[in-house]
Design a protein around this ligand. Structure first.
Ligand SMILES: Cc1cc2nc3c(=O)[nH]c(=O)nc-3n(C[C@H](O)[C@H](O)[C@H](O)COP(=O)(O)O)c2cc1C
Length: 356
């Protein structure tokens, strides 16, 4: 059997294959209150039926101000939690692991849906004031965020732990913290966006403090059986910015604090990033973190072909692959990949006539 379809056990969870649905914002909470709806059920449910081993729900904000757009999902109240429940149950029923990415967008919050332009939304357009470690906008014409006070930082750490508790209580079997792509946690980590002079800024240790405190707080409220993943931008592709060496040091600490897997992405914190994309462009980053920090890693980024995914695992660059856009194009990619790599696949009974 291929390695891609070799199950992997992380803590007490056995995942039937190593194809993980990469978290992807749907900007589809039309009620603008962070509540998931039929779109999310069908979207995530289809990828479970399609055979992915783990289905990760999109970046879900821990506070209203942490949403990228008013249409993002949130998990800060019981109405949101209740509405996630059928989605979790459906994913599990179809033999996949329901997982959720918890996030806060910081200075990159309060934007429009991408297909409406991703433009900045002001208060009168259902937007809100943004916050960040330092009062530095992402780019010209972006909102200037308010610098977080220490009290506000403490509140955010507790918001992450409250959301994680909701997630575990609803039945999510795995939680990922979004520490990447220039969102709040990444803003703390990077010397480009964090110019604080207190214990949350300055040295690598200080810039990592917020992230470590979030991890500690989350790990405290979720059962030991639940794997905790962290998505990081391994490098921000900017001279003098956060880089792979920093990521290896951070990942080593994260492992000691109970993080099980590093989901290795990159970039997103600076409009000046120098990033070229091509098939598997981020795989070396997963490989460096895996070897440097001796931790499970996930590779992500233009992994579109079954043999390509298999080779990444066989070459020991990562332990799993996260697949994004290819699973938007074809939610049944895992079923097709199984046929291609192992000679046959088991389609759901309901769809059996499609292959006869
Ligand atoms: C529509 C869309 C939404 C995304 N939303 C998120 C998100 O919520 N959280 C995240 O970490 N990455 C997000 N990403 C990035 C993907 O998870 C993935 O890392 C990226 O698309 C590269 O992988 P791919 O080439 O397989 O698509 C998003 C990407 C797309 C295309």
């Amino acid at each position: 059997m291929s390695l891609l379809f070799n199950p992997i056990k992380i803590r007490s969870i056995i995942i039937k294959n190593r194809i993980f649905v990469s978290p992807m914002c749907q900007y589809s909470s039309e009620t603008k209150d962070g509540v998931p709806n039929e779109w999310h059920l069908v979207h995530l449910g289809t990828r479970a039926i399609g055979g992915a081993g783990l289905v990760m729900a999109e970046a879900t904000s821990v506070t209203p101000e942490g949403r990228i757009s008013p249409y993002d999902l949130g998990l800060w109240n019981s109405k949101q939690a209740d509405s996630f429940q059928p989605i979790v149950k459906f994913i599990e029923k179809y033999n996949s692991i329901p997982s959720i990415q918890l996030a806060h967008a910081g200075r990159k919050a309060s934007r429009n849906k991408p297909w409406l332009g991703s433009n900045r939304l002001n208060i009168e357009e259902d937007g809100w004031d943004t916050v960040a470690p330092s009062s530095i906008p992402y780019d010209n014409n972006w909102q200037t965020p308010e610098e977080l006070t220490k009290e506000a930082i403490a509140n955010l750490i507790s918001a992450f732990s409250k959301s994680a508790k909701y997630a575990a209580d609803i039945g999510f079997k795995c939680i990922e913290l979004h520490l990447a792509h220039g969102y709040l946690a990444n803003q703390f980590l990077s010397p480009i966006s964090n110019k604080r002079t207190d214990e949350y800024g300055g040295s690598l240790k200080n810039r990592s403090r917020f992230v470590i405190e979030v991890v500690k707080a989350v790990r405290k409220v979720i059962p030991d059986s639940i794997p905790l993943f962290a998505r990081i931008s391994v490098t921000e592709h900017v001279e003098g910015g956060w880089d792979t060496t920093d990521s290896i040091e951070l990942s080593t600490t994260l492992k000691s604090e109970g993080v099980d897997l590093i989901d290795c992405s990159s970039g997103g914190n600076s409009p000046d990033q120098n990033l070229e994309t091509f098939p598997g462009y981020q795989v070396p980053l997963a490989s460096h973190v895996k070897k440097g920090a001796d931790i499970l890693t996930g590779a992500v980024g233009m992994i579109n072909k079954p043999k390509q995914a298999e080779k990444i695992l066989n070459d020991n660059h990562s332990d799993v692959v996260f697949i994004g856009r290819e699973l938007l194009r074809n939610p049944y990619w895992p079923l097709d990949a199984k046929s291609e790599l192992d000679g046959s696949t088991i389609w759901p009974g309901q769809y059996i006539r499609a292959i006869q």
